[in-house]
Ligand binder design. Structure first.
Ligand code: HEC
Length: 107
């Protein structure tokens, strides 16, 4: 009787941790509306000056957003975009864009 409960508890804990650490795709989608203006629908930019976000690695996207916010990576446009984002927002956005496909789309 005890084993199934333990497994359930472990699964529940695992899910919670994953959601927090990796961000939530659905929440990211909801937060990504403003990004689409430059980075294109679903992160598939059609303008060379705006990088494609679709299908980039989660860690890369998350780190880029973090770096714009801390000023480690300097870009006036993106600095303004991430100014008011929380850590969770950045994780959600990174999760969302990393799950999109479209890197094969050519400019
Ligand atoms: C007004 C236009 C604009 C908007 C809106 C915008 N971005 Fe950007 N973004 C840029 C530009 C320009 C760059 C390239 C900056 C650079 O060279 O570092 C960039 C770069 C990035 C990068 C780095 C990509 C790479 O390949 O290194 C990420 C990640 C990113 N943006 C995420 C977002 C997210 C998430 C949002 C929405 C919250 C957003 N951007 C909204 C213009 C925009």
């Amino acid at each position: 009787m005890r084993k199934p409960l333990l497994i359930l508890a472990a699964l529940a804990l695992g899910t919670t941790l994953t959601t927090h650490a990796k961000g939530n795709v659905e929440a990211g989608k909801a937060k990504s509306a403003t990004c689409a203006a430059c980075h294109g629908a679903d992160g598939v930019s059609t303008v060379p000056s705006f990088p494609k976000l679709a299908g980039q690695h989660y860690d890369y996207l998350y780190q880029a957003l973090k770096d714009y916010q801390t000023g480690r990576r300097k870009n006036p446009i993106m600095a303004g975009q991430v100014e008011n984002l929380t850590d969770q927002d950045m994780a959600d956005l990174a999760a969302y864009f990393s799950k999109q496909r479209g890197l094969s789309v050519k400019y």
